[in-house]
Design a protein around this ligand. Structure first.
Ligand code: ACM
Ligand code: ZN
Length: 535
């Protein structure tokens, strides 16, 4: 082999090294980024061009982000002209894949779908944010990026039941998800402490169920003090449609969760007959798990659930409806004549099988209407159908959940629960409260999530996705919500998007770039990691 080859190889290596620098900006880490010669300056005169009608809106949304963050107003033009930032469709790529090429001639982004192109634009947004600023604009180094996600479900959940967040805040949450190339917004809409979705057939759900008299102060396990201040709020059906459309324009599907049969005290307070005992309930003012759940014996419970879900599916086009299924104590069912009669008549073994009966029946109702269910991992206890997706949050259920052959979405709490403390003590006292001291999730830990941990390659297909969950018992406002999400959401996003070896040092370099973008986007984030005080 000639010296020429050796020189060429050395040159290639030199290029490959600088290629790393382009890749050291983007989160989630792209599949491949190869450095190219030259650079391109994006300035005020730069135009975003596309011949495709379907790419105009993603271009406008991107231009909106960049105007706010960089103070750069980029025109969007529907035309087949080249130069500037050109967007086009290329059927050869996979659904969410994109190709982003920067040369001295301009920026070219291709995807087989507008969604893929949108992800290319998100990468460009991060490159712009990290670029050298010169007189004429932002100098982007030449690069050829090929990129696509590892997993199909990359989600973020927001619990609006414990505290209500406004429509504008929910949209902000969706924009944060879009920045991290997530494609699912899991909207936890109903809770013991508040029912947040307007259901026209059952007006009491919002009239009564959306308000609680007051809220526990301090740690739930020990506190006896309440704030004496009513808390409430709900989304009208019109607002929900608006949010679903807003998310869809950012290629985010909204998966609604109506948690049942537990976490239903707000519904029980609205319609007392839904419980096992016909007693009066109040919308719950403490956190924790309520023994009062929906009665699984009475037919009227199913009539109610079907009435609610009929309206839910008319609002949410998502193929999946999340039915919750977590934390449903059996106490009331054990004592309820209706529930016991049901167990006997259906030949069920016990209350675990009664919950399965409940979930199967509701699943069938949804399946007849073309929808599939997701449930928290407790749905496996009394047996589940193959068609149900398991959302795994309890480590103790991981082996069983992943052995069943069902689709699994990973939200293991010690990796994905964004309400956990993000520092080890003593800094955590600045973070507000959490249920228990040991609930800690540092950025490093969140980053370490390996979706395929302990699995054989033949089983990898069962993992449909990963998701970050934001429970809000101790998160009374959106400022704190952002500080809990960021920067840890970036780590979960990378676990769902990027394959290959984990490298926390490399992630650290990139998160320092992303932090600048958070600043420019006006996002609030926790600085413990950046200040070196999180571990
Ligand atoms: C859950 O954290 N109760 C799903
Ligand atoms: Zn009952």
């Amino acid at each position: 082999m000639s010296r020429l080859f050796a020189i060429a190889a050395a040159l290639f290596a030199a290029v490959a090294v600088s290629a790393q620098s382009a890749a050291t900006v983007i989160i989630p880490r792209p599949v491949e980024a190869v450095s190219l010669k030259g650079s391109y300056i994006v300035g005020e005169k730069c135009v975003i061009r596309t011949a495709e009608q379907s790419l105009v809106r993603p271009a406008e949304i991107f231009a909106g982000y960049v105007a706010g963050e960089e103070g750069l107003s980029l025109a969007v033009e529907q035309s087949g002209k080249r130069g500037g930032i050109t967007l086009s469709l290329d059927a050869a790529l996979a659904k969410e894949e994109y190709r982003l090429t920067i040369t001295s001639k301009g920026v070219v982004i291709k995807g087989s779908t507008p969604q893929g192109v949108f992800y290319g634009l998100q990468s460009l947004r991060q490159l712009l944010s990290a670029a050298e600023k010169c007189k004429k604009g932002y100098e982007l180094q030449g690069v050829d990026i090929t990129d696509k996600p590892l997993l199909g479900h990359r989600g973020a959940m927001l619990d609006v039941g414990r505290y209500f967040f406004t429509v504008a805040e929910v949209k902000r949450f969706i924009d944060i998800a879009a920045m991290h190339k997530l494609n699912i917004f899991h909207w936890h809409l109903t809770e013991d402490q508040g029912w947040r979705i307007e259901i026209k057939k059952y007006p009491n759900l919002t009239k009564i169920g959306s308000k609680r008299e007051q809220t526990i102060m301090g740690r739930n396990s020990i506190s006896k003090t309440y704030d004496g201040t009513p808390h409430g709020g709900y989304y009208t059906q019109e607002e929900i449609r608006d949010i679903v459309a807003y998310a869809a324009e950012r290629y985010i599907e909204v998966v609604p969760e109506i948690d049942m049969p537990g976490h239903m005290v707000a519904a029980l307070a609205s319609y007392n007959h839904l419980g096992c005992r016909d007693e009066k309930f109040k919308v719950r003012t403490r956190w924790g798990i309520s023994k009062d759940v929906l009665c699984a014996g009475k037919e009227t419970t199913f009539e109610f659930v079907e009435g609610v879900l009929s309206e839910v599916i008319s609002l949410f086009p998502s193929k999946y409806i999340h039915l919750g299924g977590d934390e449903a104590p059996r106490n009331r069912w054990k004592e309820c004549p209706h529930c016991q009669k049901r167990i006997k008549e259906e030949g069920l073994k016990d209350e675990n099988e009664l919950q399965s009966y409940f979930m199967h029946r509701v699943e069938k109702f949804l399946a007849e209407r073309g929808r599939k269910i997701i449930g928290w991992d407790e749905i496996i206890y009394g047996g589940i159908n193959k068609s149900a997706t398991i959302m795994l949050w309890n480590d103790r259920n991981r082996a069983k959940a992943t052995s069943l052959g069902n689709d699994v979405i990973l939200t293991p709490k010690y990796f994905c629960y964004m309400d956990y403390y993000q520092t080890t003590r003593p800094y955590s006292n600045k973070e507000g409260l959490m249920f228990r001291d040991e609930r800690i999730l540092t950025l490093r830990k969140a980053y370490s999530l390996n979706p395929y941990e302990g699995m054989q390659p033949s089983e990898y297909g069962r993992i449909r996705g990963v998701q970050a969950n934001l429970w809000t018992e101790y998160i009374p406002n959106f400022h704190r919500a952002q500080e809990k999400l960021l920067p840890r959401l970036a780590a979960t996003a990378e676990a769902g998007w990027s394959s290959g070896k984990k490298d926390f040092e490399d992630f650290t370099r990139r998160i320092n770039h992303l932090r600048r973008l958070y600043d420019k986007a006006g996002l609030h984030y926790a600085t413990y990691f950046f200040d070196g005080v999180d571990e």
